[in-house]
Design a protein around this ligand. Structure first.
Ligand SMILES: Nc1ncnc2c1ncn2[C@@H]1O[C@H](COP(=O)(O)OP(=O)(O)OP(=O)(O)O)[C@@H](O)[C@H]1O
Ligand SMILES: [Mg+2]
Length: 463
């Protein structure tokens, strides 16, 4: 649904302003009215209009000053001037200051409607161009998502299935696995793709700043809040809001976010006007959220609201099959960017990449390739271009790769399993010595081993 266009009408002749207001309301606009420059400016700050229609001559602040102030604070707001004293000189000046158009008083209703429509159209175009430009400047495009392993194809499938809905999505995965890229892809695949995609890095901001960044604030809400400001929720209206590092938000922000998820509304900081927006929420974290819920630092009701659809992006070491494709993608990208003629990568170098464990996941692979491309003077990358990688690294045995556990984001059960199996390996399979080392009973180890066998994690022969 396209929101109603918002218009502020400013005229010191109360009757004239009221008449225009009435007319525009009848035409379906959302209208606010003011009778002098100062309160007009306040209305423009608070109401965040698409268009301001203002009288030119008013006591206090005249229309030209007002125009300059509005353009300074809200460059995308269209301003239309009305005057009974219209001279060519003022009109030229007004246009130079950024006015959209100029209406002679008494205002001709039909002319007003045409001029207003034109201004609104232009505002929408400007907004769309900005969104497009931002998206082009962004390195994350849908077509940048690369993957051919069964694990990634499964993620793609889920993503396509859930994209058309507005349900909240929780993206989990280690650092560098592509959570942000997938959040973007989800937006691109959704019917919201022509509306904004807005990202907020929650961990980067202190609590109070994050709250006003997300929900906006009214003028005077706190020291330094000189103007009212729309938050990211309002900016993302009709689109997608990507909340990165959601595991780190404070209890206050958690409560506000929960209310939004339940009622789709909120108030700006320091305000009491309820704002309703249509925003799809996508959140990501590399933290173990269930654990945070258990510890009490993350609300369980919020967790369940966010976790409507959970997409877990596997770490790169669990999908080595994607490495050749990713490597080629990154070689092309950086060869082009650096004006290098690099055709590809030698088999032994690719094998080296595939043997590496990539704790920093795709981001680390991308950095390694960027560095190799920049430093290479040859048309094909060789192992020598990857001096930081250990050439002796053994390819991980399939079972241990599947079993591998990285602490951040791992479940307690996985960590426990890893501790038990590794200790048993180090004791040559002796349960009593492993039990002593782990300070648990030998019976517990026996019991756990039975469980792992049932899950096919270990075979009786291995231990
Ligand atoms: N499947 C993929 N195809 C192509 N590029 C990818 C893929 N996955 C990740 N990348 C690239 O790897 C880098 C890291 O990805 P991204 O920033 O999305 O990771 P993240 O999971 O959000 O990490 P963090 O938790 O550290 O924020 C980016 O440059 C991204 O473009
Ligand atoms: Mg990220």
């Amino acid at each position: 649904m396209i929101p109603k266009a918002r218009v502020v009408v400013i005229d010191d002749e109360v009757n004239a302003a009221a008449a225009i207001e009435k007319l525009l309301r009848e035409d379906g606009y959302d209208v606010a009215r003011a009778h002098d420059g100062r309160s007009g400016l306040q209305a423009a700050d608070k109401f965040d209009p698409d268009v301001v229609i203002t009288d030119l001559r008013m006591s206090g602040m005249d229309g030209l000053d007002l125009l300059a102030r509005i353009k300074e604070m809200h460059p995308e707001t269209m301003v239309i001037l009305m005057t009974a004293y219209g001279t060519v000189k003022t009109a030229v000046k007004a246009m130079k200051l950024g006015a959209e158009d100029y209406l002679a008083k008494p205002v001709d209703i039909e002319e007003l409607e045409v001029v207003l429509q034109k201004a609104i159209e232009k505002k929408r175009l400007l907004q769309e161009t900005r969104v497009l430009r931002e998206r082009l400047a962004d390195k994350y495009h849908l077509d940048n998502v690369v993957g051919q392993s069964p694990e990634m194809l499964a993620v793609f499938k889920t993503l396509r299935q859930v994209a058309p809905s507005s349900s909240s999505v929780l993206l989990l995965g280690e650092s560098g696995t592509g959570k942000e890229l997938f959040a973007q892809a989800l937006h691109q695949l959704s019917p919201r793709k022509n509306r904004p995609f807005v990202k907020v890095a929650c961990a980067a901001l202190p609590e109070t700043l994050l709250e006003s960044e997300l929900f906006g604030h009214e003028k005077g809400a706190f020291t330094g809040a000189l103007f009212a400001r729309a938050g990211r929720f309002e900016v993302a209206d009709g689109g997608t809001l990507f909340l990165d590092e959601i595991g780190d938000i404070s209890p206050t922000v958690q409560v506000k976010l929960l209310r939004f998820l339940e009622e789709r509304e909120f108030e700006r900081v320091g305000g009491n006007r309820t704002v309703k927006v249509d925003v799809r929420i996508v959140v990501a974290t590399h933290r173990d959220l269930p654990k945070k819920v258990e510890e009490g630092s993350f609300r369980d009701d919020l967790y369940y609201r966010l976790n409507v659809i959970e997409i877990r992006i596997p770490s790169l070491r669990d999908r080595g099959g994607d490495i050749p494709l990713l490597a080629h993608r990154f070689i092309c990208k950086y060869a082009k960017r650096n004006g290098k003629e690099i055709r590809g990568i030698a088999d032994d170098a690719l094998a080296l990449l595939m043997r590496n464990s990539w704790p920093g996941n795709v981001r680390q692979l991308e950095n390694a390739i960027e560095r190799a491309v920049v430093l290479s003077n040859e048309p094909v990358l060789t192992p020598a271009h990857f001096p930081a990688l250990d050439p002796g690294a053994e390819a991980a045995a399939p079972e241990s790769a599947a079993r591998g556990v990285a602490i951040p984001g791992s479940t307690l059960a996985a960590i426990e399993r890893e501790a038990i199996l590794r200790t048993l390996e180090s004791t040559g399979g002796s349960t009593s010595r492993a039990a002593a080392a782990l300070q648990i009973s030998a019976r517990k180890i026996q019991y756990k081993l039975k469980e792992y066998r049932r899950q096919d994690v270990v075979t009786p022969r291995r231990i």
